[in-house]
Design a protein around this ligand. Structure first.
Ligand code: HEM
Length: 141
């Protein structure tokens, strides 16, 4: 459960993400494709080479969607309901993959925020990203 303190930490640190959505998103996706190559099977139509325009665009969309969730933390499931339909019904993404992308995004945050990615911030993102993953997978249950 996200506490009030977690929410405040998320909102504060999200300020450091603003302006880097495309870079951070692309880096997270690239880490996911390299570390967990099975995730590439969902993107057969993408150019997955380093610096690919499609990865950059997609990275920006993913991080902006996370930003919307940060903004709407008190009603996240409504904010994410369309994305949940997309991932669950249309794309049929296996829920295990949400954990993999979350893991990669946290590494990106740690690399870029450095000592500002404190254990408390880490915990807040861990809870937040697993809540987002649960919501995107909601329709499977
Ligand atoms: C599309 C967000 C996790 C596979 C999208 C889009 C967004 C998004 C915003 C674009 C929707 C649109 O164009 O209307 C997220 C978020 C995730 C997440 C916030 C979790 C933090 C995943 C995972 C996979 C995945 C784990 C698979 C490994 C896809 C695919 C598309 C897509 C295949 C369609 C890409 C295209 O053809 O343009 N996602 N996603 N997503 N997502 Fe996710």
């Amino acid at each position: 459960v996200l506490t009030h303190e977690d929410c405040e930490l998320l909102q504060q640190t999200w300020e450091k993400v603003l302006g880097h959505q495309e870079d951070f998103g692309a880096e997270a996706l690239e880490r996911m494709f390299i570390t967990y190559p099975q995730t590439k099977t969902y993107f057969p139509h993408f150019d997955l080479h380093h610096g690919s325009e499609q990865i950059r665009n997609h990275g920006r969309k993913v991080v902006n969607a996370l930003g919307e969730a940060v903004k709407n933390m008190d009603h996240m499931s409504t904010a994410l309901s369309e994305l949940s339909n997309l991932h669950a019904y249309n794309l049929r993404v296996d829920p295990v993959n949400f954990k993999l992308l979350s893991q990669c995004f946290q590494v990106v945050l740690a690399v870029h925020l450095k000592d500002q990615y404190t254990p408390d911030v880490h915990r807040a993102y861990d809870k937040f990203l697993s809540a987002v993953g649960d919501m995107l997978a909601e329709k499977y249950r």
